[in-house]
Design a protein around this ligand. Structure first.
Ligand code: CO
Length: 134
């Protein structure tokens, strides 16, 4: 079921500063910022060839990463995103196996225009997992 690692996401308090660190200190290719109001975040992507890093900054009042940043004010690793070929089949398999899907359980369109779902961190070794259909 599980495909490639699509990206590692890092929540940051200051997206411009984090993007500058990756671009200027690490010499990475950083995308322009993209606001995703329906997800409550602004993102940039760093393309590493074999995978990506996603930097996330809160957007709006009810951002899902606000409480994470309260606990981790300097930022930190927020989730891993794995690719699946059929997100509804993956969801049904996971639910049948006892895993918890966050939200209403229906895929939303993510930052790459593809359907995504999030899985409860307590069911996956303390790590929030995003599935993206590719
Ligand atoms: Co993500």
């Amino acid at each position: 079921m599980l495909g490639r690692l699509n990206h590692v996401a890092i929540a940051v308090p200051d997206l411009a500063a984090a993007a500058a660190t990756y671009r200027d200190v690490l010499g990475a290719r950083v995308s322009p910022p993209q606001a995703l109001p329906e997800h409550g975040v602004t993102v940039v992507f760093i393309d590493l060839g074999n995978s990506k890093v996603e930097l996330l900054e809160p957007l709006g009042e009810k951002s899902p990463i606000a409480s994470f940043l309260q606990k981790n004010p300097a930022g930190g690793m927020h989730h891993l995103c794995y690719e699946v070929s059929d997100i509804l089949a993956a969801r049904d398999h996971l639910v049948a196996a006892g895993a918890r899907v966050l939200g209403d359980g229906e895929p939303k369109i993510g930052a790459h225009g593809k359907p995504v779902l999030f899985l409860h961190p307590k069911d996956f070794c303390g790590t929030l997992v995003e599935l993206e259909e590719v």
